[in-house]
Design a protein around this ligand. Structure first.
Ligand code: IPM
Ligand code: SF4
Length: 470
């Protein structure tokens, strides 16, 4: 019986089995940001310990960064002190820090891949739940809590429980105007926000094989929204082509050797899976959420479910969601007015996302009264987008072009909703109050659908707004 990538990577990194039933796992790459690291460094200091492998540890600042005016000191003294703590901690421990203005600052899950730090066959940990993003490269990557951040800093290992593996096949060709974001929203809608508990998700099939790396990242990014802490795609030629020549990618003879090793981690054709699920690409519509978790989603041309169509478990959450969102059962989702349009986050703020939107947005204008923001995922993305004229297309259309950071996705910075504003958003979470206002509302969708909503002033079908596929 063959093995999955997950099992192979696990076995290659298992230091020992622990009496608890967990394993001690070696972590190849540890990524840090300002929110979940200060306490971990504090604990290390209290224990009189050093960082075990500073050269396997990299830091950036993303959550608290103001995206409008980055002049220091920031207006929020807490944000300023978090940045300073990270500067101090990384300096003291000899850790590379991609600080503001370094040219490489950005959302942690955007910069790892972009710099070639994220590689196939690695174990990657970060004190952030969307670490699953890095699985797009065939890495076993997962979010950890602050005490585990301490453990990894001190030992470069952590105690972890092995997961089951669910293979998710997506077969066929996506329709025009349908993207990886729609695929993952569709998957979560069908498997549920808790469907992945206890599983790592392995995504495959002809649709995934045809996806570029940035689409695969979008897919893996939201695994956690489906309850799976880990999501990954087997490494292939697309993966290698993306990594070749990146700053931290292996070079010269090492490159060929690395590729050989990376290939060996891919799941065997006869690998055993604990579960297998298959979706047809042609059946995946542009998908948008209507509720307060990412599983409460419908096709953009569909209706919000009637309560009687839902299972007894789903009903109370749906009622709560409808009351919060100010929406009615059976109502079409299209046409719901929006006040804010947000293109950004570790799900959808990479260069290919912005390129794709710019391609269609050119010549259109944001509807009067809509506040539209585009927040590139990293300084590198921002630079490239300026060079390619993408930034200008957004500005021309009436979007505010901001500096890189998490921005409104989590609103740990000045970018936030006001009152009960409703935002069309390319981010990954639509929890109550997620975007900084206790009554603020978030509707998740692909970046192109956000642009369509910005132009229409309401939730709209990008295929109609931009004349796609007809
Ligand atoms: C701040 C951080 C711990 C958090 C996470 O783990 O995901 C954040 O990035 C989020 O998206 O909610
Ligand atoms: S962009 Fe959003 S989801 Fe991603 S790390 Fe930042 S806050 Fe978390």
């Amino acid at each position: 019986m063959g093995k999955t990538l997950y099992e192979k990577v696990w076995e290659a990194h298992e230091v020992r089995k622990l009496r608890s039933g967990q394993s001690q796992l070696f972590i190849d790459l540890h990524l840090l940001h300002e929110v979940t690291s200060p306490q971990a460094f504090g604990m290390l200091r209290d224990l009189g310990l050093k960082v075990r492998y500073p050269h396997r540890t990299f830091a950036t600042v993303d959550h608290i960064v103001p995206t409008h005016d980055r002049t220091e000191p920031f207006q929020d003294p807490l944000a300023q002190s978090m940045l300073e703590a990270l500067r101090q901690n990384t300096r003291e421990h000899g850790i590379t820090f991609f600080d503001l203005g370094s040219g490489n600052q950005g959302i942690v899950h955007v910069i790892g891949p972009q710099l070639g730090l994220t590689q196939p066959g690695m174990t990657i940990a970060c004190g952030d739940s969307h670490t699953s993003t890095h699985g797009a490269f065939g890495a076993v990557a997962f979010g950890i809590g602050t005490s585990q951040v301490r453990d990894v800093l001190a030992t470069q290992t952590l105690a972890a429980q092995k997961l089951k593996v669910r293979r998710i096949n997506i077969e066929g060709k996506l329709s025009p105007g349908v993207y990886a974001k729609d695929v993952i929203l569709h998957i979560i809608r069908h498997l549920g926000v808790k469907g992945g508990l206890g599983y790592a998700y392995e995504y495959g099939g002809s649709t995934v094989e045809a996806m570029d790396m940035e689409s695969r990242m979008t897919l893996c990014n939201m695994s956690i929204e489906g309850g799976a802490r880990i999501g990954y795609v087997n490494p292939d030629e697309t993966t290698f082509a993306y990594l070749e020549g990146r700053p931290y990618s292996p070079k010269g003879a090492e490159w060929e050797e690395a590729k050989r090793r990376w290939k060996s981690f891919a799941s065997d054709p006869d690998a055993h899976y604990d579960d297998v699920v298959t979706f047809r690409a042609e059946e995946i519509p542009p998908t948008v959420t209507w509720g307060i978790n990412p599983g409460q989603a419908v096709p953009v041309d569909g209706r919000i479910p009637l309560l009687e169509e839902l299972s007894p478990e789903e009903r109370p959450v749906a009622e709560e969601a409808l009351a919060y969102m100010g929406l009615k059962p059976g109502q079409p989702i299209k046409g719901v007015p929006i006040q804010v349009a947000f293109i950004g986050s570790c799900t959808n703020a990479r260069l290919s996302d912005l390129r794709e939107v710019a391609r269609y947005l050119k010549g259109h204008k944001v509807k009067k009264g809509v506040r539209a923001l585009v927040v590139p995922g990293s300084e590198w993305v921002a630079r490239k987008a300026e060079e390619e004229g993408i930034a200008e297309i957004f500005r021309e259309a009436g979007f505010e072009w901001r500096n890189p950071g998490c921005s409104m996705c989590l609103a740990m910075n000045p970018d936030r909703l006001q009152g009960d504003e409703l935002a069309a958003s390319s981010s990954n979470r639509n929890y109550k109050g997620r975007m900084g206002s206790p009554r603020g509302r978030t509707v998740l969708m692909s970046p192109l659908m956000v642009a369509a909503a910005a132009v229409a002033g309401e939730i709209a079908d990008a295929r109609e707004v931009f004349g796609i596929g007809r």
